[in-house]
Design a protein around this ligand. Structure first.
Ligand SMILES: [Zn+2]
Length: 183
């Protein structure tokens, strides 16, 4: 992407943002365009859908090291303000969630159920991936060795409805580098 294209993209991104007061000293810059179920903004770039907080990081701060995540200091996933973003890995994300009290540690009815073949953790990850819409249901089914209908049931809350979606801890080897980038 040449410099002019980068500037156009910055403008395009910022034109869809509004400032909102957040928990930090500086206001959040919320992306008001397309958002996914969780509130993460997304934007189409060169025919592909990219998450706006990652795009913002790359445009205003620099490249995201392979396999690492862009996380929010402000805990507002719609926010793309560069100084509210930081780089971390899956563990950082978990620690951050724990610290902010967003992670549920209570035992679940699903796992105690004798019919359960998935762990609570698996179900939470499947829910995350299914709702994230980056992988197909059949790809997720393969990753967890379950049927596609099991994925659908989790996705639509017929099973494991009490589970809070959790991002998978590690990128699985079945994912290609470009898929990991998108995640
Ligand atoms: Zn923010």
């Amino acid at each position: 992407m040449d410099q002019a294209a980068i500037e156009r993209l910055k403008e395009r991104l910022l034109s869809k943002c509004v400032e909102k007061p957040g928990p930090l000293d500086t206001p959040c810059l919320e992306f008001m365009g397309g958002r996914n179920w969780y509130g993460y903004g997304h934007i189409w770039i060169n025919g592909g859908m990219q998450r706006t907080h990652r795009v913002s990081y790359e445009l205003f701060i620099g490249p995201i090291p392979t396999g690492l995540w862009v996380l929010h200091l402000c805990d507002n996933v719609s926010c793309i303000r560069p100084d509210h973003l930081f780089i971390g890995d899956a563990q950082t994300n978990m620690d951050d969630k724990m610290a902010k009290g967003r992670h549920r540690c209570t035992p679940s009815p699903g796992e105690k159920n004798g019919n359960a073949t998935l762990s609570e953790r698996d179900a939470a990850e499947i829910k995350f991936l299914a709702l994230e819409d980056q992988l197909t249901e059949s790809e997720i089914a393969q990753m967890y060795s379950v049927s596609q209908s099991a994925i659908k049931h989790i996705k639509y809350g017929h099973n494991w409805s009490h589970v809070t979606p959790i991002a998978p801890l590690l990128p699985t080897p079945t994912l290609t580098a470009s898929m990991i980038r998108r995640i």
